[in-house]
Design a protein. Structure first.
Lengths: 1042, 425
């Protein structure tokens, strides 16, 4: 029986409600606003475009677009109207100039193409920087093309015109002068004598004027100590090349301390084990630095103990007992120093006047003055004293400063309390090129030109002059600071004329010989000039009697009068609990160019972490605090709360750092600023933690660390730290073994077992061939490199140089963390481990336990830096697996990568034993994920690209090309002139950037080249030679002087 | 169309020649204006114009002026060496020298009296080409336009006419047969249309249909394949340029070396389009081309040259000339002119064709990778007298040398000239 029951969906249906009936007829219960969605209902009905028509149009336009794409693109080619004589399109022009930003100095060569500066290299004519640059200097070309630069003068936070700003400032100055108010001029350490002269003239116009120098990283302690001891408030010149024994206490002189480029150039001369002698280097430091890594003996000490170490050293040298926990090493160091009187050098990084006084006393006792330390040739890199700056800030706070001019420094960022004081200044004028905390707090911003747009000069040391010349016309409506001063003093000259006149009256007379025009042209051409002392030396101190060796009696009493006092003072420096050292990273330095994405992407020389600063802590401490001690893509760092100097930073990641003194932590300065177009600052600003007691700035202080249970992802390019007792990646020996043994002992060749003519023999790997060999010798060129591990300091100048030269994309923190960094060359850093296979077996550890133990670096490890790039193997494993022959071998020994042929299988990267191939996972030049970090996404940033190198597209592999564009250019020049290629004429970007001459490039088939000689050296080996890749790159093993 | 054009221009030339000859014959006693033209162009044209003041005075009527104010003999001497005539103190000569800013006229001792007569014959016979040229252009342009469109027009008309004819004939035929059939009381032929006819034919001739379809398919596929290989290949690309610059006049008639204007070809990767100041080296003096002053004025507009006063305009805002690039290589290719021109000693014509005969720049070769590589395979390396190649050659082992020298030459490819990273990096 059929069920006749009727069900209702509700009372409404039962009642046959009108709404329900209507609703039930609709497919969708809710009202769908389709017609509204497609604009007005009527319009849609009235429109003549039906859906079919729409599809027709779509189809037609697609077809039309396709057809149009096949048409010849019209490319305009617009020549000059009147071509400048020296410009030939397609040929680079090189200009000599000077980099001086208050923290670094180098005479540089700037490469320009069609008027755009694209590369910075060192100027070999400069007797100070000697052709070296560091990463901060060669990457600085990008700051020229930063879109964030001020494009117009600013008044009250709004863009204005020069006329309006000039008028306002001049009238403000007149008012200040009328009421005899106070004018202050705040700058970084100015190296330019002409600028100083001009500032002096400006002072004359405005009355109560004072020029205050401020250095974000202060060397005030050293200046004051020298002032007391020698009556000269200057930094001496050091001669690391004359020192047989070097003791550094907390001075990272190869990375960040005072003229590191010049120091490296000098230091490396005597680190050659084949030389007559090799210097012995002791380093006492808290955070592991590259200088500490190169040291023969490294002792981790607390920052508060640095003074005590030096006091002990002084006592030992004076014949007393050293008596600290480091006595053993100190005694050895003291003995070495005493044995090399006059050929030794002690330096310290501390900003404590007392510590520097002890250093002076030690150097004095060792007779180093006049030999390795030259107090008569002042180094003007740092001139600011803490007391003077503290006095200025106090004046400002008290509202006593009526007008303040700020150039080249950002104290609102780097000096706590400055921003508040700035607000109380009547008229504040900033000459910043880019928005900064200080510039934003100023009433006027008169944007200075970039240094590549400016004329200037520099006197880095007494008697050494260099010229800074513009290499591009001004990009924006900016005006050089000096021109602004001239304008405001009512001088109608431009600074170029002023500079020339100043040179003709002040510097030229002491040179003699040639006419001024000749002298000037030669100076501009060479970038440097040597002259006697200027008539009016702008040194900030009164002249004192020069100290000459042998007649230093007067000053000895000066030093010794203070030294006991100093020793007593440092003796008090005791600290319980955690101590923090606020250090600088090689790439970021004091943070002046932290907005540069190339520098952020450059891995830290030691930790290999990019795009961040973090707390460095010894592994033991990390474990004790229960924090993450393994950092990697999937293993984030633990975070802690750090409190020092009354300032608390939260959620700071902790990086376990071998070599860090237990009980101390380190945090890098210079971070906490916006990078490129990013809106969020990168890292943490550690400057507020810099302690400032009685006008004495100290970069170490006590600190409290508390775990907060959080995590933070760090992007490191190397997460494996040891070489696991293998001897085929990096090789090292000590000087005695090297000097007394056969090559087989310290550098054995790899041999494999073979069976030939019925006998078991060993044959070198080079004799095994799986494939038909490429012609190697007896063909044309064979390009290759020899890389000296003894010379490499790991500074990273080569990495940024490669970045510039080869248009390597910036990928940002997230991609680096995923292991997708694009650097064509990297510097691998390996720590030694306490465990070896033998020691593991002796200790009864099993195989796996031994290997696990070998992964853990020593507490105070020995460190090796190894620059690693494509090895250009003659039996390249990548070439055989490419399905489309996109990577092939040239008959000049280059492993070629052909982007337009690559289909992105990545087999080659998979098969590369050196892991040097990089894959373009994204279109870094266009994809919006990289908009804020990649300079090439911006019309202005794109100007820095090298026009001779293809910009790679998404989905292709890339890697070191051995700067083939430079090789081709060098060969072409030789062919045009019908001559052989000269040795050293062609240099890869990394080789030309290296301040320690660790990389030698050349033609290995020409036996006379340096590269060929080094490749055949007893120290030369190939990395993982046993796999039979037969690379064209050789490494010279590390020799420690222990 | 060409025939028509040829005929027209031929007629025009003949007419002009006839007129010139006539004038020449009538006025100047069989002096040779043609020979004079050659002499004028090679010796005088850089400073003189028949009817215009350039660096020196307009030459028309000069003979008469000299005859009046000095003597014809002095004019001959003046042309051969003006400075001596001035030294001799001839009043007219001195006044001329003063009038033209004491610029010294180049001495031409090689010219004989007859040559000078011929030159003046040409000068006197010269008529300003501007109106003539303009008219000629109009005529030529008109005829060109006609001759270009005529065949398509005609063909279209013929085809349409034929189709109409065929349909009319068919219709008449059908009507006639229907009438005949109706008369005979039979059923007329069906009112058949063309499509049905084709269908019918196909139904009865299947083999032929298959063959025709096969042929069509093969032709189609081949055509598509061939056209795919042409994507991005622009052989014969000859874009319109902002100035009607003629290589034929510069490199052909006046035999200016390619490197004079494209000077960076010897030094740089770019051959370089000459900057306007290079043009001005000659065009300061030459303000008129075959089509008048309009095109050369464009150079003056770029640099700001006042042709009337013969000076640059002060404070002029220069306007670069926006040429259209003819030879475009993809961005991932590195090509260097100096490598080919200076080192390889390759003649410009090898890649750019007979530019001397071109009025507008044209891409002569496909510029494909295959084309490059072919040349690298065939071209011998210019090793003579180069220490660079001596060194490279000396490094080769004997068996390699033997292998390379099998064909008697060392080609570019044998020294690695077809390796990827020679052009791609």
């Amino acid at each position: 029986m059929a069920n006749s029951k009727k069900y209702w969906r509700g009372v409404e249906e039962l009642k046959n409600d009108a709404d329900i009936i209507e609703a039930s007829e609709k497919e969708f219960n809710e009202y769908a606003p389709v017609t509204e969605f497609l604009k007005e209902g009527k319009e849609l009905a009235n429109t003549s475009t039906s859906r079919r028509d729409f599809l027709k149009f779509l189809g037609f336009s697609t077809a039309a677009a396709t057809l149009a794409a096949c048409e010849t693109p019209v490319i305009k080619s617009i020549p000059y109207v009147v071509k400048p004589e020296e410009v030939t399109p397609g040929i680079a022009n090189w200009y000599a100039s000077t980099f001086a930003n208050g923290n670094d100095y180098a005479s540089i060569l700037v490469k320009t193409r069609e008027g755009r500066p694209i590369l910075i290299q060192g100027n070999e004519l400069c007797p100070i920087s000697k052709g070296g640059v560091n990463a901060r200097i060669n990457a600085s070309v990008l700051s020229l093309y930063n879109t964030n630069r001020y494009k117009n003068p600013m008044m009250g936070g709004a863009e204005s015109t020069w006329e309006a700003v000039d008028k306002a400032i001049v009238s403000a100055l007149e008012k200040v002068t009328a009421k005899s108010g106070q004018v202050r001029f705040l700058t970084n350490s100015i190296l330019s004598p002409t600028t100083k002269k001009l500032v002096g003239e400006f002072a004359g116009k405005v009355g109560n004027f004072k020029h205050v120098t401020y250095d974000a990283i202060s060397y005030s302690g050293m200046l004051e100590a020298n002032n007391k001891a020698f009556g000269k408030k200057v930094i001496p010149s050091y001669n690391f090349d004359k020192a047989k024994v070097i003791v550094s206490v907390g001075a990272d002189f190869l990375g960040t301390w005072l003229n590191d480029v010049a120091n490296t150039k000098q230091y490396i001369v005597n680190r050659n084990p084949d030389g007559e002698w090799m210097s012995k280097h002791y380093q006492f430091e808290t955070v592991l630095t590259i200088t500490g890594s190169k040291a023969d003996v490294r002792v981790p000490v607390k920052p508060s103990e640095q003074g005590a170490v030096l006091a002990a050293l002084y006592n030992k040298i004076s014949g007393q007992n050293s008596g600290t926990e480091y006595s053993a090493t100190i005694d050895k160091a003291a003995k070495d120093l005493m044995d090399n009187k006059g050929a030794s050098l002690v330096v310290a990084g501390s900003n404590d006047e007392n510590v520097q006084m002890i250093v002076n006393a030690i150097n004095e006792k060792l007779g180093n003055y006049g030999k390795t330390v030259d107090i008569n040739t002042a180094d003007y890199l740092k001139q600011g004293t803490d007391a003077e700056f503290a006095a200025l800030v106090k004046e400002m706070k008290d509202g006593k400063v009526d007008a303040l001019f700020i150039s080249g420094v950002d104290p609102s960022y780097s000096y706590p309390g400055f921003a508040e004081a700035l607000a109380k200044v009547g008229t504040s004028v900033s000459f910043a090129t880019m928005p900064s905390k200080t510039a934003e707090g100023c009433k006027f911003v008169c944007p200075d030109n970039h240094y590549l747009e400016s004329w200037n000069d520099a006197m880095p040391k007494d008697g050494h002059y260099s010229i800074c010349q513009p290499v591009i016309s001004k990009l924006f409506n900016t005006r050089q600071m000096q021109d602004s001063l001239l304008k405001w003093t009512g001088n109608s000259k431009d600074y170029y004329t002023y500079l020339q006149e100043s040179w003709s009256t002040d510097i030229f007379p002491t040179t003699g010989g040639i006419s001024f025009t000749e002298f000037w042209n030669k100076s501009v051409h060479d970038g440097v000039a040597k002259a006697g002392m200027m008539a009016a030396t702008p040194a900030p101190v009164a002249q004192a009697a020069p100290i000459v060796e042998g007649e230093a009696a007067a000053t000895v009493t000066g030093v010794s009068a203070y030294v006991s006092q100093a020793i007593a003072a440092v003796g008090k420096a005791k600290s319980d609990g955690w101590e923090i050292e606020l250090y600088q990273k090689v790439g970021i330095g004091d943070g002046a160019d932290a907005a540069n994405p190339w520098l952020q992407e450059l891995p830290d020389a030691i930790s290999k972490v990019t795009w961040d600063n973090y707390i460095t802590m010894s592994l033991a401490d990390v474990k004790e605090m229960g924090l993450n001690h393994k950092i990697g893509q999937e293993w984030p760092a633990s975070t802690v709360t750090v409190t020092a100097n009354g300032v608390t930073l939260e959620k700071v990641p902790v990086y376990p750092q071998p070599g860090q003194k237990s009980g101390t932590v380190g945090l890098a300065l210079g971070y906490g600023q916006n990078v490129w177009k990013q809106q969020e600052p990168v890292g943490f600003n550690a400057y507020p933690m810099v302690s400032n007691k009685d006008g004495k700035v100290s970069y170490n202080t006590s600190v409290t660390i508390e775990a907060d249970g959080g995590t933070y992802a760090l992007a490191a390019t190397q997460i494996h730290h040891t070489i696991m007792d293998r001897d085929s990646v990096v090789r090292e020996t000590d000087i005695n073994t090297y000097k007394t043994s056969e090559k087989d002992v310290y550098n054995p060749i790899h041999a494999l077992a073979a069976h030939e003519e019925g006998e078991n023999i060993k044959k070198p790997t080079s004799e095994f061939d799986l494939w038909e060999a490429h012609p190697v010798e007896n063909v044309g060129h064979r390009w290759g490199m020899a890389i000296d591990l003894n010379a490499c300091t790991g500074c990273g100048a080569c990495v940024t140089a490669c970045h510039l030269e080869n248009n390597v994309p910036v990928v940002g923190k997230d991609e680096v963390r995923r292991g997708r960094d694009m650097h064509w060359m990297r510097i691998d850093r390996y720590y030694s481990s306490d465990t070896t296979k033998e020691s593991g077996a002796e200790a009864g550890l099993g195989g796996i336990a031994t290997y696990s133990a070998m992964e853990i670096p020593s507490d105070n490890p020995e460190v090796v830096f190894q620059p690693m790039m494509c090895q250009h193997c003659n039996h390249a494993p990548c070439e055989t697996v490419c399905p489309v022959a996109a990577t092939t071998h040239s008959n000049e020994g280059i492993n070629q990568m052909t982007y337009n042929r690559c289909i992105g299988t990545r087999y080659c990267a998979n098969n590369c034993p050196y892991k040097v191939r990089r894959f373009n996972w994204f279109n870094y030049m266009g994809y919006d994920k990289f908009e804020d970090v990649n300079p090439s996404q911006d019309d202005l940033g794109r100007m820095v690209l090298n026009p001779d190198v293809t910009v790679r597209a998404r989905g292709v592999m890339e890697k070191c090309s051995l700067c083939v564009q430079r090789i081709q250019e060098g060969k072409l020049n030789a062919k045009k002139e019908g001559r052989k290629v000269k040795d050293g004429e062609i240099k890869t970007a990394c080789a030309s950037a290296c301040p320690s001459n660790a990389i030698t490039f050349g033609d290995l088939n020409d036996k006379e080249t340096q590269a060929a000689k080094k490749s055949a050296h007893n120290r030369a080996y190939k990395v993982i030679e046993e796999v039979g890749t037969q690379p064209n790159m050789s490494y010279l093993l590390l020799v420690r002087n222990k | 169309m060409n025939k028509f054009l040829l005929r027209t221009s031929g007629l025009l030339t003949t007419a002009l020649l006839f007129i010139f000859t006539f004038i020449g014959n009538a006025n100047l006693n069989a002096q040779d204006a043609d020979a004079g033209e050659k002499l004028f162009k090679s010796n005088c044209a850089s400073c003189h114009h028949p009817s215009k003041k350039v660096v020196g005075p307009a030459l028309k009527g000069a003979q008469a002026r000299w005859a009046e104010k000095s003597s014809t003999e002095t004019l001959y001497d003046w042309v051969r060496n003006s400075q001596e005539v001035i030294k001799s103190g001839d009043a007219y000569a001195v006044s001329l020298f003063e009038e033209y800013g004491k610029s010294v006229m180049t001495a031409m001792p090689q010219l004989k009296n007859e040559d000078i007569d011929n030159i003046f014959a040409y000068v006197e016979s010269y008529t300003d080409p501007a109106p003539v040229a303009a008219a000629g252009n109009e005529v030529a342009g008109g005829s060109e336009a006609q001759s270009e469109s005529t065949p398509i027009y005609i063909w279209a008309i013929i085809i349409v006419g034929l189709i109409m004819l065929v349909s009319v004939v068919r219709a008449i035929n059908r009507n006639l047969s229907r009438t005949v059939a109706e008369k005979n009381g039979e059923e007329g032929p069906k009112d058949n249309n063309l499509l049905d006819g084709i269908k019918d034919w196909i139904a009865h001739n299947r083999t032929w249909t298959a063959i025709i379809v096969l042929i069509l398919v093969i032709l189609g596929v081949q055509d598509i394949g061939a056209s795919l290989f042409e994507v991005g290949v622009y052989t014969g690309y000859q874009p319109e340029q902002p100035i009607k610059f003629s290589h034929e006049i510069h490199a052909g008639q006046n035999a200016i070396d390619c490197n004079y204007c494209h000077s960076s070809a010897r030094h740089s990767k770019h051959a370089g389009i000459p900057s306007a100041n290079v043009c001005m080296n000659c065009h300061k003096a030459i303000s008129q081309g075959p089509s008048g002053t309009e095109e050369i004025q464009k150079i003056y507009d770029a640099v700001g040259w006042d042709a009337e006063k013969g000076t640059y305009i002060e404070g002029y805002v220069e306007k670069p000339i926006q040429w259209v690039k003819v030879h475009n290589l993809p961005d991932h290719v590195y090509f260097n002119h100096s490598q080919h021109v200076t080192v390889g000693k390759v003649a410009c014509e090898k890649c750019h064709g007979e530019v001397k005969e071109l009025t507008v720049g044209k891409q002569n070769e496909p510029l494909t990778m295959g084309w490059c590589i072919n040349c690298h395979r065939e071209t011998k390396v210019q090793m003579e007298g180069s220490e660079y190649y001596d060194e490279i050659h000396s490094r080769l082992t004997d068996n390699l040398k033997e292998q390379y020298m099998k064909d008697g030459t060392i080609t570019v490819s044998e020294l690695g000239g077809i390796e990827c990273s020679k052009c791609h990096y």
